[in-house]
Design a protein around this ligand. Structure first.
Ligand code: GLU
Length: 281
């Protein structure tokens, strides 16, 4: 379908995963990729759009800083890695954004923040104020306090919740795969690329089941469930490959890249119902 209307999107949430901003071999931050991301996002903000970045990478960067090989094996260690890595990641972002004259803010959220009416309202007001000030909020889960039972766990879901909270009109999920396929393209050469999803039905959900369709925490299944949250809250969502970060500009120019999931505002969908146990539809 013609995507020219995407040029008019004003409030955009962009999610980038750990593997897209760190070096695979060493786990250290990839400064050239972060630099490119920062330049593209600043330019989008300079063009008059409101930008919110949801960035993973805290745990990956923290692990690397303390020289940990492999994933942290206890919750406390994982949370310590997140505390170390989040500070360092923000330092890098802040420094690079400053080079382009852009101010950023750190927003760390938990599921509890979003379930509790007062703190959810506070978070929404803070986002509104930051955007009014022309600042780019950089969001992550507050991994140092979120435990298994109450965590979002993956930033695909978190970014969709943020898109709903701030009333974004577009969510871009950057992934190591260019979009949705009928099957896992790494295992099935006949898998076909899906350009547009008008409605997420069982056949679409089944496409996300393929093991290993994505190496991030989320995987394709969580991306589809993120699309559902974003679409139900009135935001379009695009899943696109993060290989060349100019893809963000191409999406916003209305080019045919990635898979577009169309918004269909669902009046029966309430973020709060979703958060406190299952989808409301
Ligand atoms: N919040 C985690 C981190 O920053 C990442 C979650 C995810 O990979 O989606 O390390």
């Amino acid at each position: 379908m013609n995507r020219a209307y995407i040029k008019d999107k004003k409030r955009v949430v962009i999610k980038i995963g750990s593997s897209s901003i760190t070096h695979q071999e060493t786990g250290r931050p990839s400064l050239s990729r972060i630099e490119k991301l920062v330049r593209v996002l600043t330019d989008i903000a300079n063009s008059g759009r409101e930008v919110i970045l949801v960035s993973s990478g805290a745990i990956a960067v923290g692990r690397n800083q303390i020289g940990l090989k492999g994933k942290p094996d206890t919750n406390a260690l994982k949370q310590a890695c997140a505390a170390i890595g989040q500070a360092s990641l923000m330092t890098v972002y802040q420094r690079l954004f400053a080079e382009y004259g852009m101010k950023v803010a750190q927003v760390l959220l938990t599921k509890n923040t979003m379930i509790n009416d007062k703190s959810r309202r506070n978070a929404r007001n803070t986002f509104a104020e930051l955007l009014k000030l022309g600042v780019i909020p950089i969001v992550n889960e507050n991994d140092t306090v979120a435990t298994d039972e109450i965590e979002f766990g993956d930033n695909d879901t978190l970014s969709a919740i943020v898109a709903g909270l701030v009333g974004a009109d577009l969510l871009i999920l950057l992934s190591d795969i260019e979009g949705l396929y009928t099957d896992n393209p790494r295992l099935n050469p006949d898998a076909k690329f899906i350009d547009t999803v008008e409605y997420i039905d069982d056949s679409i959900i089944a496409m996300g089941k393929g093991e290993g369709s994505d190496v991030g925490t989320g995987g394709m299944a969580t991306k589809i469930s993120a699309a559902r949250i974003a679409n139900d809250s009135g935001a379009d969502m695009v899943i696109a490959g993060s290989g060349d970060l100019d893809v963000i500009n191409r999406i916003l120019a209305g080019e045919q890249v990635g898979t577009l999931f169309l918004a269909h505002k669902n009046d029966n969908f309430h973020l709060i119902n979703y958060l406190s146990g299952g989808c409301s539809d």
